[in-house]
Design a protein around this ligand. Structure first.
Ligand SMILES: Cc1cc2nc3c(=O)[nH]c(=O)nc-3n(C[C@H](O)[C@H](O)[C@H](O)COP(=O)(O)OP(=O)(O)OC[C@H]3O[C@@H](n4cnc5c(N)ncnc54)[C@H](O)[C@@H]3O)c2cc1C
Length: 404
């Protein structure tokens, strides 16, 4: 594909995760031809859930995907916050109907594979998007005519693609990021996440509908129903070293139960339920590094991988995709300027939310007097006032000013 002949040069998107798939849809809607490549031979997501907040839903709604996502996911009415030390409920934050009324969009908790599958189906049904799996982006250079030439590897074959822009949606260990001078590298945060799922009939009745957040010293735990309410997603997070050579690995149940040995019996029983656990090293990329260089731009985790303590990493990738297309309509003459404008718009928000995630890591993992003070503040706050603190996150809409 090239600018010569009848085909206009496409945008190449490296990475068909949640960010790359959404960007393929938003940029296609802006009029561009898209080539979406992913190094994986098949797009499959390992067992874990994701919270899709109203800001992310407002983008997905624009593609008519919400009905499917609601059917595949679950809409909890509340987030109940519990003490991992005493087992007592500390407070309740309104989600569900409260957020729907306040922001006009639902709060859906869903299996990642169900979200990725829904996006993939839409991408495959959209003319003008070419999907190349088993294909890794390896390099990009400016050609003689000022065009960008991407190099990719499919098995043993090396190929090139002429394009007007390269979007790096290739995750925390991004190859595209390395093409941007003075980029920030990914770093291990000192936090790990153990993830698994459990059939809902094996879960105590009081945890089958609402989301749960449990706080304890140097650790916390999150659970919510997914798969139309038929499974419980469980994520146990802790401050820990990482010794493995890869960034995710199977985890032994004994290791997990030992780590959570001073937690309430009910929670230890819950952790004992699933047969298989996977453990992730949580790595971050500081959002204040450069996201663009000429005709190259980053999006999602490649630009700003965050701790999942705001549950906003995928939501930010989805917002990035919407904002990138807003700044880059097909008639754009100066691609580099359009990409810089996208970066200028998105970076302050990504930095703010990333920073709040870092702060939450400290707050969630407090112990002693600071933990007691935190619990008292939460206990005496109204459910609606706790939810309203997130207006600036959940109230974002594509093409609209950020609520202050
Ligand atoms: C424990 C945990 C819980 C989380 N919970 C939430 C939550 O509740 N809500 C939320 O919004 N976010 C959550 N997140 C964050 C969210 O998962 C990520 O932010 C999001 O998936 C990032 O999407 P992405 O598309 O940017 O990258 P990825 O999903 O990492 O996709 C990158 C893609 O690029 C491909 N790729 C890599 N290199 C190349 C290459 N060279 N060429 C071609 N393809 C390549 C990969 O195969 C992959 O498919 C959580 C994260 C964790 C770890």
């Amino acid at each position: 594909m090239s600018e010569t002949g009848t085909h206009p040069a496409p945008i190449v998107i490296a990475g068909a995760g949640i960010g790359g798939l959404t960007a393929a849809l938003t940029l296609r809607r802006a009029g561009h031809e898209i080539v979406l490549i992913d190094k994986a031979k098949a797009l499959s997501e390992v067992g874990a859930g994701l919270q899709l907040s109203p800001n992310a839903c407002s983008v997905l709604d624009g593609f008519g995907l919400l009905q499917d996502l609601k059917a595949l996911g679950h809409q909890p009415d509340n987030l109940r916050v519990w003490s991992g030390k005493t087992g007592d409920q500390i407070s309740k934050v309104w989600l569900g109907s409260y957020l729907l009324e306040r922001h006009g969009q639902p709060f859906i908790v869903i299996h990642r594979a169900d979200l990725q599958g829904t996006l993939l189906k839409k991408v495959e049904a959209t003319d003008g998007i070419t999907l190349m799996l088993g294909t890794a982006l390896t390099d990009a250079k400016t050609g003689d005519a000022g065009n960008l030439v991407c190099t990719y590897q499919t098995g043993e074959t090396t190929g090139t693609l002429n394009c007007k822009a390269l979007i790096g949606a290739d995750g925390v260990w991004s190859t595209v990021r390395r093409l941007i001078p003075n980029h920030k590298n990914a770093r291990f945060s000192g936090q790990v996440a153990y993830r698994s799922t459990l059939p809902i009939d094996k879960v105590p009745a009081q945890w089958r509908k609402d989301s749960g957040l449990w706080l304890h010293k140097d650790s916390h735990l999150v659970h919510y129903p997914i798969r139309s309410g038929e499974q419980l997603n469980i994520v146990a997070l802790a401050t820990e070293d990482w010794q493995d050579e890869t960034w995710s690995a199977p985890a032994g149940k004994d290791e997990l139960l030992h780590r959570f040995k001073d937690w309430p019996t009910d929670i230890r029983n819950l952790l004992n339920g699933p047969e298989r656990w996977l453990k992730w090293a949580l790595c971050t990329v500081k959002a204040d590094g450069p996201w663009t260089h000429g005709q190259i731009a980053l999006l999602g985790d490649a630009a700003h991988a965050m701790l999942p303590y705001m549950a906003q990493g995928a939501a930010m990738a989805i917002e990035d995709a919407a904002e990138l297309a807003n700044h880059f309509p097909v008639e754009t003459e100066n691609t580099a300027a359009a990409l810089r404008a996208y970066e200028r718009t998105r970076k302050p928000r990504a930095e703010r939310i990333q920073e709040t995630g870092f702060k939450n890591a400290k707050t969630f993992h407090m112990s002693g007097l600071p933990a007691t003070a935190r619990d008292m503040v939460m206990k005496f706050s109204k459910p609606e006032s706790l939810a309203a603190r997130f207006d600036y996150v959940y109230g974002w809409k594509p093409n609209q000013a950020l609520p202050s």
